[in-house]
Design a protein around this ligand. Sequence first.
Ligand SMILES: Nc1ncnc2c1ncn2[C@@H]1O[C@H](COP(=O)(O)OS(=O)(=O)O)[C@@H](OP(=O)(O)O)[C@H]1O
Length: 265
Amino acid sequence: EAVKKLPDCLIIGARKGGTRALITFLAMHPKIVTTGDEVQFFNNNESYAKGVEWYKDQMLPTKPDQILIEKSAEYFHVLYVPERVKAMDPNMKILLIIRDPFVRMVSDYSFLRRFAAANQVEGYDFPELKYSLEELAINNETGEINLQYGGLHRSKYYKFTKNWMSHFPREQIHIINGDRLASENPSIELRKVEDFLGIPNFLSEDMFYKDEIKGFYCITSTGCLGKEKGHKPPEFEPEFVEKVRSFLRPHNNLFYELVGEDYGW
Ligand SMILES: Nc1ncnc2c1ncn2[C@@H]1O[C@H](COP(=O)(O)OS(=O)(=O)O)[C@@H](OP(=O)(O)O)[C@H]1O
């Protein structure tokens, strides 16, 4: 009785917000089916051109009472994505996981640096491999914030959330506190997701434990997320941290106002 269908719900990002932890934990719920790898359908023009049937074909079979969730962490930041999602399904449920935007930027930089060291992309030189985060985020001639730096841009949540909210009503978008998902027992944030999705509460405290060596919560029955997820962040000079944080503050305040919650960044 399980058949392929289009997703009921998307985890749209934010990239480095904890999207993999979120989908991995949700996949433990018997009423949830998830996709393994990111499909990146709406943000990738080549994939999008293959059409909705192709997208459906990428999914795992789902029973009638199960919710199908796809996650692609780029969806949040690509401006034409919400319009495409709405054209396919205006009732799509949206999950957005955000975390401290400075911490997110550091994670984004560190990821690209590791990625660039391990992979060659023809015709593209990763600046993350050549420059430190400070060099990328601050213009060394003026000492001012470098507005061109993508890692910083992606931490301006207001702009991207506003774009999604111009296509989907607020009630259809559930925001997960990624700082909390990482620092408290994940069952607390997951319970709110279960309620939002209208499925029974299943994911409980005892299904997770804090791994003291990794410094992150892991699954009691299967263990931690892979080594690609969960790093100890590097340390930075306080002046640098403050410069970036003060730049982000007005964006954060607009975001709090937009979504109706103060995250205290
Ligand atoms: N439980 C648990 N285990 C491991 N990692 C966890 C967990 N909860 C949150 N996180 C944080 O998730 C960060 C990766 O975010 P994403 O999965 O969204 O990255 S991606 O955009 O899909 O590449 C990842 O970033 P890094 O620490 O830089 O690896 C983690 O900080």
